[in-house]
Design a protein around this ligand. Structure first.
Ligand SMILES: [Zn+2]
Length: 278
């Protein structure tokens, strides 16, 4: 398996190369994976954080004039910010599900992709799939020639993705997206963080089972007695010494589940209150 050293382009297939950005961390794993699809005409998926060296590595791997498209899975700060710098070097067209970028973004979306729209290169077709949940604007991209799905942050290599309700995340929508992906015929998942996944169905099924188990656990804990999000996090993750940033993320995840359970009529409550059974 090609390694995940940042700054080095590694070939995952004749059509796909991966460059890991130098932003490793608890939420990004080894760093953001930037993918280059195609050789004569290149689509870059998720330019990553705004790092000059990373953009040099992308342009160096492809030659600036060959980079025709920048495809954005979503707008979180480990995916979007290098876009403006990459476009300045290449003149590439920027494609995403909406033109409404975060206020601090200096990039511009040139073309809006709807579910089912495709980007046609000389050697490949990439189909956009609307996959909200982790972020409302999230797209995955299906490389038709290889049945490889670029999943952004919907499915990750070696970890679960976080659904943060304070940044537009929606657990019920996320689970519906996973169910949709499970029905696709895929040979490989190329995630935005972590290594490629060669058993897509097994991993998507595990994600769905994990979410269902966590929802049941939270509903059970609330049924025992009313609890706040932090009390639930303590009960679920117990005495394990999670680093503080992961405690925060666990809180988002639990809160996202509570909102979904509330919509199902199983619990009631609001942020910073004790959630109760219905
Ligand atoms: Zn990410």
């Amino acid at each position: 398996m090609p390694d995940l050293t940042s700054g080095v382009a590694s070939a995952l297939s004749p059509l796909v190369r991966r460059i890991v950005a130098p932003n490793p961390g608890p939420f990004t794993g080894p760093g953001t994976n930037t993918y280059l699809v195609g050789v004569d005409e290149v689509a870059v998926i998720d330019p990553g954080p705004d790092d000059a060296g990373h953009v040099d590595a992308i342009v160096g791997a492809a030659m600036p004039e060959r980079i025709k498209w920048v495809l954005l899975t979503h707008f979180h700060p480990d995916h979007l910010p290098a876009t403006a710098r990459l476009v300045a070097r290449t003149g590439a067209e920027v494609l995403a599900s909406t033109r409404r970028l975060p206020k601090d973004a200096d990039a511009v979306v040139d073309r809006v992709l709807r579910d089912g729209d495709t980007v046609e290169g000389t050697e490949f077709g990439l189909e956009a799939l609307a996959t909200p949940g982790h972020a409302p604007e999230h797209l995955c991209f299906l490389l038709e020639e290889e049945r490889t799905l670029f999943t952004g942050d919907v499915v990750l290599g070696g970890m679960y993705s976080v659904v943060n309700p304070t940044r537009g995340g929606d657990m019920a929508v996320y689970v519906a997206t996973l169910q949709r992906l499970e029905r696709l015929r895929l040979t490989r998942i190329a995630p935005a963080h972590g290594d490629a996944i060669d058993e897509p169905r097994v991993v998507i099924r595990d994600y769905l089972d994990h979410r269902a188990a966590r929802a049941a656990q939270i509903a059970g804990l609330v049924a025992e007695r009313p609890r706040t999000v932090s009390e639930l996090v303590a009960a679920i993750y117990g005495g394990s010494d999670l680093p503080p940033e992961l405690v925060t993320a666990a809180g988002w995840q639990v809160h996202a589940h509570l909102i979904a359970l509330k919509a199902d009529g199983r619990v009631t409550g609001a942020a910073r209150t004790r959630w109760r059974p219905v």
